[in-house]
Design a protein around this ligand. Sequence first.
Ligand code: AMP
Ligand code: MG
Length: 363
Amino acid sequence: MAHTQRALLAALLLLAGGCGRHAEPARDPMRTAAGAYERAWPVMGTMLHVTVWDEEESEAAVIAQAVRAEVALLDSLLSNYRDDSDVSRVNAAAGSGAWVAVSPMTVEALGAALAFAEATGGAFDPTVGPVVDVWGFYREEGAMPSASAIDSARALTGWQLVEMDRSPPRVRLPRAGMRLDFGAIGKGFAVSRTLEVARDRGAERIMVDVGGNIGVSGSAPGGGDWRLGLRHPRLPELPFAIIDVARGALATSGDYERYFEHGGVRYAHIIDPRTGWPVQGVASVSVLAPDGTASDGLSTSLFVLGVERGCAFIEALPGVAAVWVRAPEQPNDPVRVVVGGPEAGRVELLAEADVRRCGDAAR
Ligand code: AMP
Ligand code: MG
C-alpha cells in the first residue's frame, strides 16, 4: 500500500490546481446570495452550473463563459458519445497497431486515470468500458448479460495494456474491442481545469458544478468554510449530511444514476473489474479531496473497494474525507453510514442514521 499510495499522492499533487470545493443540494442558499452571478448549460451529458461572486457582471460573464468553453473542450476530447473525440478515435483504432495523436490534456486525464488504477490495484480501471457496455449502461438499457458475454468483455479490459506517450501526446490500445472510458473521472478533471481557468482570469470566489462534481475557489460567501450538502442516495431532495469544506472538491458516486433491477436486485453502472459484475452493497460514496480529479477518481475507487479496503486506502491521504452509504437491504432499513479519512471530522450527519467510523470494529 505504501508504494501505491505514493503513486496516488504524486498524481494528486501534480493535478491539484488549488482549492476546489463541492457539494450538492445545500449549495442552493449560496447560489442566491447577494452579488452572485449564475449560469447553467447542458454539457457532458449533464448540467454545468457556474456561480461567480464579487465580480462586475460583465467580468463574471466572461469568467463563466471561459469555464463553459473549457468544459466543452474537454467534452470534445474525452466523450464516449462523439465519434470525433480523442477517446473515440483511440477506441476505434484499438488493435490496429496505429498510434493515435491526442491533445496533451487527454494524456493528462489518462495519466490521472492510470495513476488511480495503479494505486487501487485495478479497482478503478479506465479500460472497463467493454464490461460497462455488455451490461447495457451506455445505452441506458441495462439488462442481465450471459456469463460468457461478461467473460468476453473482461478479456478486453486491462489498464496495464494501455500505451501512452506524453511527447508527442499519443495513445494506443493493443486489442481490437478495447475502449477507454472517462466516465469516472472526466467531470472531476473538468472541475479541476475550470477552476484553474477561472483563477487565471482573476476569479476569487467561484463554484463550479459539473453534474454533481463541485469545486469552489476562495472562501465561502461571507467568509469561512463552505458548507456543502451530500445527496441522500434514495431521497434526492434531502441532504443527509453536510461537509464543512475549507479546501478541496466534492464528488459522489451512486447506484441511483444508471441501474436496472432484475430478480429484486439492483444492478448499477459501477463495475468491479475483478468480477465484471456491478458492485453490490454500496448505495453511494461521497468524497472530499484536494481537487476535482482526486474527488471524482476516489469516489468511484472507494465505491469499488467498499468500506473495509476503502477505509484502509484513505487512512493516510491528506485532505480526504469519505462517506459511504450502504445499500439498504429493505426499503425501510435505517440509513447505514460509514465515515472515514483524515478529514472525517468535517462531516455532520443531518438525518437519523446508524453511523460508523472507519476503524470501528466491523459488524
Ligand atoms: P462515477 O459516477 O464517477 O463513479 O463514474 C461511473 C462511471 O465510470 C460509469 O458509468 C462507467 O462509465 C465508469 N466505470 C464503471 N466502473 C468503473 C471502474 N471500476 N473504474 C473506472 N470507471 C468505471
Ligand atoms: Mg468518479
